[in-house]
Ligand binder design. Structure first.
Ligand code: 5AD
Length: 366
């Protein structure tokens, strides 16, 4: 069967589970290129040829959780653990600010060493010093009231990947005690509180089926997060999943493109995992509809300890020191690195319909 995709303006056509499955499994090369073009054009309609820069501060690699895929899992004794103090975090913000960043992403393992008060104080000091900057948190599951207090303290955005929308698959990726239901509850709490909220998943994680991915895309279509992080699963030695093969870059790009069509205004990073899996991954991600990059602002001495998976890219375009090279790389494919806050933009978005309206109609033919 040949599946063709035709980008046709103003003819949004429903795509559901069946169509997504075909797109994930049966695209020929030409259709795949058309999909990427349609996705990149959709991103340009929403945000122009801009790629937003976020300064990523990995402030702790301690984690209370024991996710089977992750190198920072609690039971991984081979990790040299580190934590940044509030002052060290502020120092990284200062460095980032001077380079032009106007979004800081505080990312960490789920580390309760920093209690709610600590996080609130960090949020307040950053927002106090840099009121013109957006602050994104990516620190795992905490309760609704806590989220609310982070929001009140000034945090703008929250990243919490759903990892998989299938409860059985979620259970296969996580230790007993972690439940998809609480992850989903957290995501809807975050959105309701007013955070620009990010979800996302890994492509090719162990035991993942095509139907799982279809489920992930349908979840994204319906939940409509403001941000979506998608990267290939990459094995980490010393973890239970260290012997599994990495996810496919191509399938990851297809998922990025489909997400762009399902949520035209989403902020979608070309993830570090994508850049780690393929030297051209970052560019390919942008050309498949991504519009965010997250250069690393972690203290260079600690960076290699934030080893979620093996061979993580921590140099080149992934590092804030090389921001000019990254800008150049993006320019070479027709994009401008944009240092503004780069908030989610609702204006100009086509009305959301259950199909996750794309300005392009996806037309299937055999
Ligand atoms: N490969 C790819 N991505 C991973 N993540 C965690 N471990 C891995 C891995 N081995 C992703 C998860 C998590 C995010 C911080 O990184 O999706 O939410």
């Amino acid at each position: 069967m040949i599946i063709g995709i035709l980008a046709k303006n103003d003819t949004a056509k429903c795509i559901g589970a069946e169509e997504l499955k075909l797109l994930l499994t049966g695209l020929d090369e030409r259709s795949e290129r058309e999909l990427y073009t349609a996705a990149a054009e959709t991103a340009k309609k929403a945000y122009g040829n801009r790629v937003f820069a976020r300064g990523l501060i990995e402030f702790t690699n301690y984690c209370v959780n024991d996710c089977l895929y992750c190198g920072l899992r609690r039971s991984n004794r081979r990790v040299g653990r580190y934590r940044l103090t509030a002052d060290e975090i502020l120092e990284r913000c200062a460095e980032g600010y001077s380079k032009g960043f106007r979004t800081f992403v505080l990312q960490g393992g789920d580390d309760r060493f920093y209690d709610d008060r600590d996080i609130i104080n960090i949020i307040k000091s950053i927002k106090n010093k840099y009121p013109d900057c957006a602050l994104t948190l990516s620190i795992g599951e905490r309760g609704r009231d806590t989220y609310k207090s982070f929001f009140v303290a000034g945090a703008d955005r929250y990243l919490l990947r759903h990892e998989t929308a299938d409860p059985g698959h979620y259970a296969a990726l996580h230790p007993a005690g972690m439940r998809l239901e609480s992850r989903m509850q957290a995501l809807s709490d975050l959105k309701e509180i007013g955070f620009q909220t990010g979800a996302g998943f890994m492509v090719g994680s162990p035991y993942q089926t095509v139907d799982n991915i279809v489920g992930d895309l349908l979840f994204l279509r319906d939940f409509k997060p403001h941000m979506v992080g998608i990267g290939p699963f990459l094995p980490k030695s010393g973890t239970p999943f260290g012997v599994f093969p990495g996810g496919s870059v191509r399938l990851t790009l297809i998922c990025v493109a489909l997400t762009r069509l399902l949520i035209p205004n989403a902020l979608i990073p070309a993830t570090t995992a994508l850049a780690s899996a393929d030297g051209e991954g970052r560019k390919m991600g942008i050309l498949a509809g991504a519009n965010v990059v997250m250069p690393n602002l972690t203290p260079p001495g600690q960076r290699e300890k934030y080893a979620i998976y093996d061979n993580k890219a921590i140099t080149g375009g992934e590092s804030s020191e090389n921001i000019n090279r990254l800008a150049e790389e993006l320019r070479s494919i027709g994009y401008e690195l944009d240092f503004s806050r780069g908030d989610w933009k609702d204006r100009g978005a086509p009305p959301h319909t259950p199909l996750g309206a794309s300005p392009h109609g996806l037309i299937f033919y055999e």
